[in-house]
Design a protein around this ligand. Structure first.
Ligand code: HEC
Length: 122
């Protein structure tokens, strides 16, 4: 009986956290997971730019960019945001297909400051 109760509590908490998750957290969480790595390790974006990301990492990046594309940034025009995210999606696809110049296209698309000044609230 106790076990059943704690299972129920877990399920209720999961539903609660899902329903209260803000759309903006999608972007923040992605940034923390793939654009900024803990001290001493390379973030996924850096590995991708150096051609050192594994297939699994590229797949994760692609999924992430598609997810933030659908989210709304705290600042800026949604249309321009979608366009920027789609450039990133296209650049990662280029990396997956090992296209010539794909790393350079990705480096250009993943311009931190350029995107933050337009879409990130201070
Ligand atoms: C496509 C646009 C875009 C690009 C490119 C981008 N960012 Fe971001 N980043 C954002 C937005 C928008 C936010 C604000 C999210 C929010 O506050 O909801 C953000 C937030 C962040 C945060 C704060 C996360 C938090 O909430 O604690 C970090 C750290 C970050 N970005 C790192 C980077 C780094 C490093 C790069 C370059 C390698 C980068 N970002 C490239 C759009 C971008």
């Amino acid at each position: 009986m106790i076990r059943k109760l704690s299972l129920l509590t877990c399920a209720a908490m999961a539903v609660f956290s899902l329903s209260t998750a803000q759309a903006e957290d999608v972007i923040s969480d992605f940034m923390k997971a793939h654009h900024k790595a803990p001290e001493g390790t390379d973030p996924t974006c850096k590995k991708a730019a150096n051609g050192a990301a594994s297939d699994a990492e590229l797949a994760e990046l692609l999924k992430g960019y598609q997810a933030i594309c659908a989210a709304t940034p705290p600042k800026g025009e949604k249309d321009a945001w979608v366009k920027k995210c789609q450039e990133l999606v296209a650049a990662v696809k280029g990396l997956q297909e090992k296209k010539e110049g794909a790393a350079d296209a990705y480096k250009k698309a993943v311009n931190c400051k350029g995107c933050h000044s337009e879409f990130k609230a201070d």
